[in-house]
Write a protein that binds this ligand. Structure first.
Ligand SMILES: NC(=O)c1ccc[n+]([C@@H]2O[C@H](COP(=O)([O-])OP(=O)(O)OC[C@H]3O[C@@H](n4cnc5c(N)ncnc54)[C@H](O)[C@@H]3O)[C@@H](O)[C@H]2O)c1
Ligand SMILES: O=CCC[C@H](NC(=O)CCC(=O)O)C(=O)O
Length: 489
């Protein structure tokens, strides 16, 4: 029996079709199950609804006491969970260990955010007092992506539960095993039945959950394509809260820098970490069309060629592991071919050495001469597009020439240049002389345009997990000393 769904505190077998999860580095099946049927999704939503009043009536301290036990369980399971994540995503174990670390850190950060952003405020009034308090929405669905199968859904689930919501979690169908391991830790922490439910499945599971009448909100991290479908689906439901964290076509501009190796380091960290599978990864690199730009590009090509790529569990750990699947790697080869067909010049070819596995070597392509043809797409893998520019204004203008707006960066030694850039660039994350990946959970995280819907996550997730309630209160019903004109009592 494959008990892969967690509904109302019980592990149950799916009634839908077969699901498998494949280790993309070794091309081995590592998990098998069945998707949730529509009636199981219905049961999960109903369980979350039934659990909501009691969970919401606990004090936040009572809820936090259970959530902190989950944090301890994460600590105890850290090595195991990091290995499961590496096996299922192909990411090197050093990197998945940092992902589990981020999941643990999320608890204290979300507690702080809850009190700072949605805590209670009391103000004196001429008569009585005014209060601002926050209440949970009720039942929320959480959708996770594959690239951070623990950290990103955890970043919705923890603040949602702190605020008093109950949750139905639908992970990526490419990472069901990580989701299962994570939910087991919540179970071990003693979370009451129905407070967190797990339903596994592909697109149709997502559609059934997103369109279920019983949810009060949906917190989504994934592609802009899916996010837009959800946005359309939520149209006409103003009472439901929808938080969308989506992709990007992120620009990184290099201006005048003395330390070329420092710049190359930040470019590589921005473009190729996680094999380019971070929403914040640099997709478009702007280099000056001068000798310094030539030197930076030459060094970038040299360093990128030498990036170590290997299995997630290699003793000598690589910088890059496999992508999530053989298909994902093949789609990057195809994206490169398409850009080449439009006039892009490959400077370092992205290759998939084994079509049965998810490995893709990092690629760099010069697209300067085909800018008018350049599709405004997120290529979610290790393919960096280079644009050579002659003046800073045109580079910034082209950097903003995207419907997305997640992250952006400037590598330049002049603070004045940064201020100029900051004032003009349009993105939710804007960095200076630092990689544009690796955002902090202690800051808001989100983008504009097709990158999100202005409901930033991370520290600001507290905002979409609760709604504010304004009250004026007086202990006893009392006749006011001064009555409104025309009123006698
Ligand atoms: N901004 C961020 O915080 C952030 C973080 C990580 C990843 N991402 C983005 O996520 C993408 C990669 O993740 P992914 O491929 O797993 O995303 P995805 O959009 O394919 O899937 C995300 C989730 O939505 C579900 N889903 C897919 N189609 C659906 C539909 N029609 N209706 C309802 N649910 C549906 C999936 O099963 C999964 O659970 C990239 O675009 C990346 O930029 C964004
Ligand atoms: O792939 C998208 C996430 C990338 C990651 N961002 C965060 O971890 C945001 C912080 C948080 O959600 O707590 C990154 O910037 O590398």
């Amino acid at each position: 029996m494959l008990h892969t769904h967690f509904i109302d505190g019980q592990w149950v077998t799916g009634e839908g079709h077969d699901l498998t999860s494949i280790d993309p580095a070794k091309n081995q099946v590592i998990w098998e199950g069945k998707s949730a049927s529509p009636s199981q999704i219905d049961l999960a939503v109903k369980a979350a609804r039934a659990a909501a009043p009691a969970w919401g009536m606990l004090t936040v301290e009572e809820r936090l006491s259970i959530i902190k036990v989950y944090g301890e369980k994460l600590g105890e399971a850290k090595a195991h969970l990091a290995k499961v994540m590496a096996k299922e995503t192909g990411k090197p174990e050093w990197e998945t260990a940092t992902e589990v670390g981020a999941m643990m850190g999320k608890i204290a950060i979300s507690e702080k955010a809850y009190f700072e952003r949605t805590g209670n405020v009391e103000n004196p009034m001429p008569v009585g007092k005014a209060f601002i308090r926050h209440k949970a929405h009720g039942v929320v669905a959480v959708f996770g992506p594959y690239n951070f199968p623990g950290h990103l859904p955890n970043g919705h689930i923890v603040p949602a539960l702190i605020a008093g919501n109950t949750v139905v979690f639908k992970p990526s169908d490419l990472t069901p095993m990580v989701a299962e391991e994570m939910v087991k830790l919540w179970e071990q922490a003693g979370l009451p039945a129905g407070v967190l439910n797990l339903v596994q499945g592909e697109v149709e599971t997502g559609k059934a959950l997103a369109s279920h009448n019983g949810i009060d909100g949906l917190f989504f991290t994934g592609s802009s394509r899916t996010g837009k479908i959800l946005h359309e689906q939520f149209a006409g439901h103003p009472g439901k809260i929808l938080a969308l964290e989506m992709g990007g076509n992120n620009p990184l501009i290099v201006k005048d820098v003395a330390d070329i190796d420092g710049a190359v380091h930040d470019i590589v960290q921005s473009a190729f970490i996680t094999s380019g599978q971070r929403c914040t990864c640099a997709r478009r690199l702007f280099l000056p069309a001068n000798a310094q730009g030539d030197a930076t590009l030459a060094r970038l090509l040299e360093v990128t060629k030498n990036i170590k790529i290997d299995d997630y569990d290699a003793e000598d750990q690589p910088f890059m592991g496999a992508m999530i699947s053989a298909n994902a790697a093949a789609s990057m080869v195809k994206a490169q071919q398409d850009l080449e067909a439009l006039g892009g010049k490959v400077l370092l070819r992205l290759e998939q050495p084994d079509t049965q596995k998810g490995f893709a070597t990092p690629g760099i392509i010069d697209v300067t001469d085909m800018l008018s043809e350049l599709p405004d797409e997120e290529h979610f893998g290790p393919l960096l597009k280079v644009i050579r520019y002659t003046d800073f204004d045109s580079a910034i203008e082209e950097a903003n020439n995207t419907s997305f707006g997640l992250s952006a960066g400037l590598l330049a030694d002049s603070e004045e240049d940064y201020r100029y850039f900051f004032a003009r660039i349009r993105a939710g994350i804007v960095n200076w002389n630092r990689p544009i990946t690796g955002a902090s959970s202690a800051a808001p995280f989100g983008g504009i345009g097709e990158s999100g819907n202005h409901r930033a996550s991370a520290f600001y997730a507290a905002d979409y997990c609760a709604f504010p309630v304004a009250s004026v209160e007086l202990e006893k019903v009392t006749l006011p000393g001064k009555l409104s004109p025309g009123l006698t009592l």
